[in-house]
Design a protein around this ligand. Sequence first.
Ligand code: SF4
Length: 315
Amino acid sequence: MSGSATTPGSVTTLTSRPPDSTSDAGGGLRLSFSRVETYRQCPLRFRFAYVDRLPGEPSPQLSWGASIHAALEAWWDQKLPQPPPVETLLSALYDHWEDSGFAGMDRDEKVRWYRHAQDVLCRHHARHAADYVPAVATEQWFSLDLGDDVEVVGSIDHVARTPGGGIGIVDWKTNRRAKTREQVAGSLQLAIYALAAEQLWGHRPEWVALDFVVPGVRVSVPRERIDTRAATRAIRDVAARIREEAFEPAPSKLCGWCDFRAQCPAFSGDGPDIPGLAVVELRRLQRRRERDDARIAHLQALVRERLGRDVTVEG
Ligand code: SF4
């Protein structure tokens, strides 16, 4: 495992982004919310992105979201008793504008994206300036040891100070639509953050929230409504499937946003490709048979070594 986390449930703060690989030098499995979510949406997409490590395509949405996050982080992290002016947000947007996803886009369209970001940030300022309290932390990286050589890494966007001196956990979302309170309460991501925060700061957050910055809605739920045990089980299940190399494609409407359609046998441009799916399943079964054959040979050798070479071992 990476970092100094050695006991299940222990957590390590990281000063920089952890490595992108899903496995560490000791053979442990390193996951994150987005990796688990990718696996649950499509195991083959997970394999392309995190096992084969095929490069993804930059997109305007990703670059725009990264720019908004960088500006919000700069604003909330000012450590000033007074709310920093809106100009702080706007100049942080300018300084941290991530341009790669806009390559090839005409100038007017790019300007529209930029103006939209300015508008969203001005509204965020209007929503939060009156009750501004400097963040306890922003972009707080952590590494959480779940046991069984499974590590979860991530970063918490905004750790807020509550009026009672406790903490609240906020994740900024740049989706156009907000989620319901029920959906937020069931968020795997917030459950992971709640678990990490409890161990980083020694006490439970009072609440966790998704802040949908585009519609300008923050949906909070009390910590009691977050089921961290179910989240831990869900991550362990995914880890077990990854270790079994279960990487079947799961075609869905999300294929339209997948960077790996050209490599995917289940996607022929118009939708699922049945022979392609069969090829993937066949390869998986062949890999499993090879593993089983190797294990059978090993056990046969073990039995002969202990009981004598002339013993007959069926297999
Ligand atoms: S195209 Fe669809 S089925 Fe294929 S890897 Fe991507 S998400 Fe999965």
